[in-house]
Design a protein around this ligand. Sequence first.
Ligand code: ZN
Length: 380
Amino acid sequence: MKTTGDQFLVKKINKSIVLDTIREHSPISRAAVSKMTGLNKGTVSSLVQELIDNGLILEIGTGKSSGGRKPVMLLFHETAGYAIGVELGVSSIRTILTNLNGDMIEEDQRPLDTTDQDQVIERLFSAIQAMIERTPSSRYGIVGIGIGVPGIVDEKGQILFAPNLDWEHVDLHTLVSEQFGLPVTIDNEANAGAVGELQYGAGRSASNIVYISVSEGIGTGIMIGGELFRGAAGLSGEMGHMTIEANGRKCRCGNKGCWELYASASAHPNFDFKTLLRMASDGDADGIRGFYEIGEYLGIGISTIINTFNPELIIIGNQISRAERYITSAIQQTVASRSLSYHRKHTTIRFAQLETRSTLLGAAYYAISGFFSKDRATLV
Ligand SMILES: [Zn+2]
């Protein structure tokens, strides 16, 4: 019996390798899959047939032949299922629908004018439900829901603390799974953003990345060797609450002088972000100076990140990307004067390639990768 169990496991792993190869290199021939994976042609053929029967692979026309019979090409069936990505923000709920390749099919945004837990959750449910109703029919339907939240999330998907929503101990994972009966992943929005940029955006060629999500607050997603660094209890990355002014303003987290009070999109003492953007685009001196100061404070924190992690890439994302042109020079100048030169030399600072959708696409990726993980029944 032991042998059977092992064979079953080996087959599952091989099937997963074949599927991943086709997903990454589609369209591809069976012979090329065999060459790339090192699996013999017979094994590849029988696994491919099962994947075709599972509806995850399609056969199309003929590829280029190197002489002899033209091979049939294999395509990943990206619309065999769909994923929902959600960003629960402080002032909005955003949702997207993607296919299994992570291509966005639908998008929606709803303003949020309350932080009352019951009301927010009711609106979250209704935003997800609306996206479910817009999903085209497919073999696997919606394979999962990923949600990025502005707070500290433990491994079980419980929000332990979300200072900007004023929430503590909300078991969002259970609430959403019970409501929709689908696999759910909850993560901090900056972690999800880092994953989004690594999979689909500016971070695709890098493996040591710090993604800085700057909106009402600041969160960071730290990628070391291509993996999220989560810390002992999954709580790492709360750099928005590192002290930047020893006797600074009081923060909702209990500390004072936190980085996000000076460097976030809502850091200006007199103007909100939208107003500041309008002022700066009109050439108003206060607007331009306001962003310059935010940029300087961002640069101070980024210098510490560069000195600490020696990352190859820092990606600045979320709302603040809309102010890129007004803050870039302040960030660059501050980092040039404050970070250690040896560290700085190896670090590139960029804005998110997915603009304000890094978290949404990262959240959808959680759902997709869960569907394709080796323990899923689909691969049996
Ligand atoms: Zn704080």
